[in-house]
Design a protein. Structure first.
Length: 199
């Protein structure tokens, strides 16, 4: 896809949203290039994210190009190796994200009003993303404590729901939720001692 593919529909969204349609080299009106490969495409996409999602005024990344909104998916910047865990830009983004999206021992996906109003529950998978990020930036005891709190949210069957109530912690949404359980497993592996140290 390239920017011109969206030309006819983008005006319908611009009343309520910022619209960004990428036109990377070799796409749309940018002409041809002598070589097409995944590395070049990835480098161009990285450069676009670096320039458009970094909010210099706030000193952190945003969830949208040119915006300021926070989304818990920003925590995945280290898991996807977009940034290193010790990158000052990630540390600042994490600090702001915790301030804006963390509610005690859970994390909202985002805090903005959507079609259903303001969020009333926290997406469990996002809390597992935070646990991973805390561990990888060196806040390991805090990651362990938060993981133990998430383990306590399991039902008697040992399962987790999709969301939890912000005030009571009661399960909400789909049950059981594979994403939540995948997050639990990922964090359990990350926080565990290697086999070589326990055998």
């Amino acid at each position: 896809a390239h920017a011109n593919w969206w030309r006819f529909i983008a005006p319908f969204f611009t009343r309520d949203y910022r619209v960004a349609a990428l036109d990377l080299s070799g796409m749309g009106d940018s002409g041809k290039r002598p070589e097409y490969n995944a590395t070049l495409r990835a480098d161009e996409m990285r450069a676009t994210i670096e320039s458009e999602a970094w909010n210099a005024d706030l000193g952190r990344y945003a969830a949208t190009f040119g915006g300021k909104e926070m989304d818990a998916s920003l925590l995945q910047m280290i898991d996807t190796r977009f940034l290193a865990a010790d990158d000052p830009r990630f540390i600042e983004t994490l600090k702001h994200l915790e301030h804006e999206l963390r509610r005690g021992d859970v994390v909202l996906r985002y805090a903005e009003k959507d079609d259903f109003g303001l969020p009333e529950t926290a997406f469990n998978f996002c809390t597992f993303w935070l646990i991973e990020a805390l561990y990888l930036v060196g806040r390991r005891e805090e990651a362990r404590t938060l993981f133990d709190q998430m383990l306590a949210r399991r039902t008697r069957a040992g399962l987790l729901s999709e969301d939890c109530d912000l005030s009571t912690g009661a399960p909400w949404g789909n049950y059981p939720q594979t994403y939540s359980l995948a997050g639990l497993i990922n964090c359990a592996v990350l926080l565990s001692n290697p086999w070589s140290s326990v055998r």
